[in-house]
Design a protein around this ligand. Structure first.
Ligand SMILES: NC(=O)c1ccc[n+]([C@@H]2O[C@H](COP(=O)([O-])OP(=O)(O)OC[C@H]3O[C@@H](n4cnc5c(N)ncnc54)[C@H](OP(=O)(O)O)[C@@H]3O)[C@@H](O)[C@H]2O)c1
Length: 323
């Protein structure tokens, strides 16, 4: 089958369009004819040999897909051939076919377009889990989202707004600022040209209740200093490339919590709760309260360009690959 093939762990140098054997369907698994695959930052980390779980070479990157079920393991009766689904998987999404375990497959509404369905499970799954299960965000609280125009960031902005929070986004360009305002943020700080700490001190003197951080690096400690009493700081990722350290008197002084978020691991341990979250998210989608912002679609042959765009920090919202 056609796929984007990673044959050496050299980032974009090591990937090219090519062919891979059709994936094996084990028991409890589902085969999907891929209509669209979502692009995520961990795909770039994986082809660079920097992700926490590395598949054997050669492999196709891609952790989420949307498409039709074409085969189900003989022990399964919850899904049928022809079902429209979205799904996540360890890797292998940038290909004509993908297989994954049935717990990671979710039926989608008839009117959900393929590109939106492919851009759905990881970013909304992560951000909903972070803001509800981990941070217990409540109506009227203030939420600061760093990297707010990225994949998980924009999902966090939309979900925060849908949950009734007052959302502030932090971004590095005018184009990203527009996207975050469109997603419902009441304020956007441009940290490429304004000092985050000064801005926060003026605009939110009491500090924010929840901070969502998929960026890491130098911004983390600065952002933490803007948290309010009893705040929750969500450690989501390190797109800036470095894992920050921080003096532990900072959480002490604010009575604040530093909260780790590892949605994939949590979902594997709590599949029923993950499905309940997905049901809530599909309801929000049906009510028009969340919408994946798909800003670019690439054919499989040009999938590397999508990864390049993530690496250069120029991507806004979500990109999808269409095999
Ligand atoms: N914990 C979990 O369960 C979980 C789940 C999914 C993803 N993640 C992690 O979340 C992070 C974001 O993933 P994503 O798919 O949303 O990525 P993305 O779409 O590329 O967004 C990342 C954002 O980070 C900011 N950024 C700052 N420095 C950057 C740099 N040097 N290179 C690239 N971006 C930089 C950018 O916003 P500005 O330019 O506005 O700063 C960018 O929009 C990744 O580290 C990923 O591994 C974690």
């Amino acid at each position: 089958m056609r796929a984007l093939v990673c044959s050496s762990l050299r980032g974009l140098e090591g990937v090219a369009p090519g062919a891979l054997p059709e994936p094996h369907l084990g028991s409890g698994m589902v085969r999907i004819a891929v209509r669209a695959a979502g692009v995520n930052f961990p795909d770039l980390l994986m082809v660079s040999g920097m992700y926490q779980e590395q598949p054997e070479l050669p492999f196709a990157p891609g952790m989420e897909v949307a498409g039709e079920v074409t085969e189900v393991g003989d022990d399964l009766d919850s899904l049928s051939i022809g079902d429209r689904v979205t799904a996540y998987l360890p890797h292998g999404g940038y290909a004509e076919q993908a297989v994954t375990t049935h717990e990671k497959v979710f039926p989608i509404p008839d009117d959900m377009p393929w590109d939106q369905a492919a851009a759905f499970p990881i970013v909304y799954g992560t951000s909903y889990h972070a803001l509800t299960d981990r941070a217990s965000l409540t109506v009227g609280e203030t939420l600061l989202v760093l990297g707010a125009a990225g994949g998980v960031g924009l999902a966090a902005v939309q979900i925060g707004v849908a949950l009734g929070a007052r959302v502030i986004g932090a971004v590095s360009s005018e184009e990203k600022e527009r996207a975050v305002r469109e997603a419902g943020a009441i304020e956007v700080i441009r940290y490429d040209r304004e000092d985050l700490r000064t801005w926060m001190r003026e605009m939110v003197p009491g500090g924010v209740d929840v901070i969502y951080d998929p960026v890491g690096g130098d911004i983390t400690e600065t952002a933490f200093r803007s948290i309010g009493w009893g705040g929750r700081y969500l450690v989501v990722g390190f797109a800036a490339g470095s894992i920050p350290s921080m003096p532990l008197n900072l959480p002490l002084l604010k009575g604040a919590s530093l909260v780790g978020v590892f949605w994939g691991r949590w979902a594997a341990m709590n599949p029923d709760a993950d499905h309940a979250n997905f049901t809530a998210l599909v309801r929000m989608w049906g009510e028009g309260r969340i919408r994946p912002m798909v800003t670019a679609t690439y054919p499989l042959e040009e999938a590397a360009s999508a990864l390049r765009s993530l690496g250069s920090r120029s991507a806004v919202g979500k990109m999808v690959i269409t095999p």
